[in-house]
Design a protein around this ligand. Structure first.
Ligand SMILES: Nc1ncnc2c1ncn2[C@@H]1O[C@H](COP(=O)(O)OP(=O)(O)OP(=O)(O)O)[C@@H](O)[C@H]1O
Length: 917
């Protein structure tokens, strides 16, 4: 990435100046599309004061962060949304009023997605007579000639896997399930036309259920889909398609019109993404859509060029005709390719880079010779200053082979792995550990941790389905998972703390506390009142009620915040001014608690406020010691207990519960009133606990062999996360990651040792520098905590939540650092949008472009695949700045090979050609 400011040409400048209407820029590679979008974004910030008016959608996270970096000086503190569709939908879902399990859902990793699809499959007891599917699907099945087509296809059909068959239909099924079939009948029809027959035939051929009627096969698919959705819902997780479809559903209900929409790589949008885009528009919205139809390479994800054409039909069309990236010799090959395959006009070369032999076409005897020579060439190229190399190959298998040869030659490189680094078990587990700090909401993360731990604690290995069944059972009886599994006290059983609560409540008493504050932001706002009561058997036997002088005279922002918050707590300025210092109040408060269990309603908020307010005080060892002592004691949150005991209540706010159960007390938002009201609620909970504890006993007995060993590891690991933040308050995510890796990789049986070691090195080399570059510092338990969301309009919180979204949706390719990573090995698909000084395209035979297409594939499909492959090679050819090296081998050990037919027309244009000996 160049930091030099770009001097736009006339055509580019004209595009940056457009400020209204709907526009589509269809421009060739290297025309400066990204640069134009960045400049326009900066202008938009100057034009629209409200960030919510602006949205900038990119295809990858890398493109979004690059745009943000490039526009950083103009953006300053502004936070318009810049990111991909998935990140945007995550934000829409989070800010929605959808059920909590959807808003707080985790993203389902690939590893578990496959297992859950299998689980759902085994759950299906197929009852074709009783299973129905939506009318709209039966309509497609009944369409004329379908039956004959089915039979015709069956004999000559190479079916995809059963899972792919279902997944090809996932989006239309999901839209139907969400009740959107009327709005999206065309979209659903499109998907069904392409995939329904194939999927039905696949079920007929591969389900192992004998010969099935098409109706029964379709019923099977629908039932499988519904079960999979249910399994995910129970686990509170969503996959990427769910995120898009639910985001769309929410936007249809509550459209979010924008004044300014900018969008990159439109050639690869799928129909759902187009539909999302429509929800952001009004007739006056200014849309600037940019893409290149010849670079459309994501047909397998639903990208559709015909759809692009119809979507932008009414837009004003523009094009660009200059290429600023590539050496003129490279461009002449690109131009020949454009002419030969699409009869497109040539692009003018604007790059004036000097280079000897900028284009090479190399023929080798065999694949081994090709690989060895190319790797030697790579060594030579990167020995020159400021040169990087992109080794772009057609398949993941070839990525691995080239990686091995580079290693043999001592050349370091960045390989984009087939199973993305971010999808590796080690990292997915770490994400889960971060998420469970959030407590009970992250159900999928809990079971993935339990699953991993249960497999490494000896004894019978549990299947994922058993672990999920266990977590569901725990949830059904309303137990917080973390309390079942993780005990800081001596007991390993959840019952014990609750039994302790009952006995202390009747005997020595418990302390209920509450804070009133100047606002909700943990890092800025102050505690102004701290109240507590000691309760024995429902009777208040002692009270603590103090105001805190927070020095508002000297802090106008704080004073203003206080005045706003007065509407809630009604505390007067005098009460605060006559209060004591926070240190004094806290010393007395900790003494008041003694060794009693602590109780609060929504304790997390009060504890966070205490923590951050203490952090802001000058270091006081005694106070800190007292704080640590108290936070190690038994604690009970009446909000959590109420959710567990009374799951059917609509709301667990204190006020609602008092009302619903007719309890004494008022929730006036004066801390003392509120603790007394909490005492009433606690008294009811304790009275209702014994029968529930019997149920708990039964589950704990049933799963003792799982719970006890898991608890052993949790006891070591969770404090690692909590303590790192308790002691330093603000930590680097890199430190948290390293500490965690240290522990988990030392557990010899957790992961395959060799794989884990390699993953660790990859994390050190790729992810950690990225986290450092992007500035992932902070208080991570707070960051991942969904409790923060009530404060989600705060710009600092928005920024942090977006960072977390980015982290959880990151892809390995996003981690490349063009300054450091001199050699990148990747498939062409993943290298989209990147540029390199030198690009090597090995194995450019007909086997790669167009690649193997099964013999009986219908003609239309053969044409479509060839066309897509042509575009793929075009993307590859357009990535180099200085040098393009294409190579192929004549013999693969069994068959002779030819140069890809797509490139044969350009052979004469290469500045250097070498034939095999
Ligand atoms: N007017 C200009 N003067 C000099 N360099 C430019 C100019 N416009 C763009 N560039 C440079 O050209 C290169 C290609 O630009 P950019 O990445 O924006 O192209 P693109 O159209 O997005 O390409 P692709 O579709 O191939 O990804 C970049 O290195 C960019 O800095």
């Amino acid at each position: 990435m160049s930091s030099e400011p770009i001097l736009f040409d006339e055509q580019q400048s004209a595009l940056t100046a457009i400020s209204s209407g709907k526009h589509f820029v269809n421009a060739p590679p290297g025309a400066g599309k990204t640069a134009i979008l960045t400049a326009r974004l900066a202008d938009a910030c100057a034009r629209y004061a409200d960030d919510k008016e602006i949205i900038c959608l990119t295809f990858t996270t890398r493109a979004a962060t690059e745009m943000q970096d490039r526009a950083a000086s103009v953006l300053g503190k502004r936070q318009p949304f810049i990111g991909n569709f998935h990140a945007f939908c995550m934000e829409v879902i989070r800010n929605s009023r959808l059920p909590y399990h959807t808003r707080a859902a985790s993203i389902l990793p690939d590893e578990y997605k496959h297992q859950m699809l299998n689980m759902a499959k085994t759950h299906i007891a197929l009852k074709p007579q009783t299973t129905t599917y939506p009318d709209i699907l039966s309509h497609f099945l009944q369409q004329s000639a379908l039956q004959t087509e089915l039979q015709l296809q069956q004999s000559a059909y190479s079916p995809p896997s059963l899972k792919s068959a279902l997944y090809n239909l996932y989006i239309p099924f999901k839209l139907i399930e969400l009740g959107l079939e009327d709005e999206f009948s065309e979209l659903i029809a499109g998907y069904c036309k392409t995939h329904l027959i194939g999927a039905v035939v696949t079920v007929q051929m591969q389900s192992g259920l004998g010969s099935l009627e098409p109706e029964t096969a379709l019923a099977y698919l629908w039932l499988w889909f519904k079960t999979f959705v249910k399994v995910k819902k129970q686990s509170r997780c969503l996959d990427f398609d769910d995120v898009l479809c639910i985001g769309l559903q929410e936007l249809l209900r509550h459209p979010q019109p924008r004044a300014f929409i900018q969008i990159d790589e439109v050639q690869d949008l799928n129909p759902v993404q187009w539909a999302i885009l429509r929800c952001l528009q009004t007739p006056t919205t200014h849309i600037f859509a940019v893409g290149d139809s010849e670079q459309s390479i994501y047909r397998f994800l639903g990208a559709d060029l015909a759809l692009l054409r119809s979507e932008v039909a009414e837009y004003t069309h523009h094009s660009l005709a200059q290429n600023y990236r590539s050496h003129p010799a490279i461009l002449s090959i690109l131009n020949q390719y454009r002419h030969e395959h699409w009869q497109l006009r040539p692009i003018a070369a604007q790059s004036d880079i000097a280079e000897t032999h900028p284009t090479l076409l190399l023929q080798f005897n065999d694949a081994v010779q090709e690989r060895e020579r190319l790797c030697k060439a790579v060594a030579k190229i990167i020995a020159e200053p400021e040169r990087n190399v992109g080794l772009l190959v057609p398949t993941n298998a070839l990525c691995n082979t080239y990686a091995e040869t580079l290693l043999d030659n001592d050349i370091s490189f960045f390989q984009v792995s087939q199973s993305d680094l971010l999808q590796k078990a080690v990292l997915q587990d770490w994400f889960s550990w971060l998420k469970v700090l959030d407590g009970n909401a992250a159900r999928m993360d809990w079971w993935s941790i339990i699953f991993r731990l249960s497999r490494h604690t000896g004894g019978n290995k549990m299947q994922l389905a058993d672990v999920i069944a266990f977590t569901n059972k725990i949830q059904r009886i309303g137990l917080p998972l973390e309390q079942v599994l993780y005990q800081t006290q001596t007991s390993t059983l959840f019952n014990y703390p609750l039994k302790h609560l009952c006995s202390e409540f009747a005997d020595e008493g418990v302390v209920i506390f509450d804070t009133e504050t100047t606002g909700l932001d943990f890092f800025q706002e102050k505690i102004i009142q701290l109240a507590a009561v000691r309760v024995i058997n429902g009777e208040v036997v002692a009270e603590f009620d103090r105001y805190v002088d927070v020095g508002m005279d000297a802090d106008s922002r704080l004073h203003e915040a206080f005045l706003k918050s007065q509407a809630i707590h009604h505390i007067t300025e005098d009460q605060v001014a006559n209060g004591d210092s926070l240190s004094e109040v806290l010393q007395d408060f900790f003494a008041f608690i003694g060794t009693s269990p602590l109780v609060a309603h929504n304790m997390h908020f009060d504890k966070m406020m205490l923590r951050t307010n203490i952090q802001a005080l000058p270091q006081d060892p005694e106070l800190l010691a007292a704080y640590h002592r108290v936070t190690q004691q038994y604690q009970f949150d009446t909000l959590v207990l109420s959710r567990m005991m009374y799951p059917k209540e609509d709301s667990h706010r204190l006020e609602s519960l008092l009302d619903s159960f007719g309890l004494a007390g008022v929730n006036s938002h004066n801390a003392l009133d509120d603790v007394k009201a909490t005492a009433s609620l606690l008294t009811k909970i304790v009275a209702d606990l014994p029968p529930r504890l019997q149920q708990v006993d039964a589950v704990l007995d049933e799963y003792a062999t799982l719970i006890n060993p898991v608890n052993h590891h949790l006891k070591t690991l969770l404090p690692l996360f909590y303590e790192s933040t308790l002691q330093h308050f603000s930590v680097s995510l890199v430190d948290v990651l390293r500490t965690w890796l240290e522990y988990t990789l030392a557990q010899s049986s957790w992961y395959d040792a060799k794989t884990a070691q390699i993953t660790r090195l990859e994390i050190e080399r790729k992810l950690i520098p990225w986290l450092d570059r992007q500035g992932y510092f902070g208080d991570f338990p707070t960051l991942v905590n969904t409790q923060l969301w009530f404060n989600k309009s705060d710009p600092a919180v928005i920024q942090q939540l977006r960072k977390i979204d980015t982290l959880f949706m990151l892809k390995e390719i996003d981690l490349i650092d063009p300054e450091q990573d001199k050699v990148v090995i990747s498939t062409v698909h993943r290298a989209k949008g990147l540029e390199f000084d030198t690009v090597l395209l090995p194995s450019a035979t007909e086997n790669a472009y167009p690649g193997w297409i099964p013999k009986d594939t219908p003609d239309v499909e053969v044409q479509a695949r060839r066309a897509e492959s042509k575009r793929l090679l075009y993307v590859a050819l357009s990535r180099p700045k200085r040098k393009l090296i294409i190579s192929y081998h004549c013999w693969d050990g069994r068959y002779s090979k030819q140069l890809s037919p797509f490139i044969q027309g350009s052979q004469g244009l290469f500045s250097y050609t070498q034939n095999a000996k």
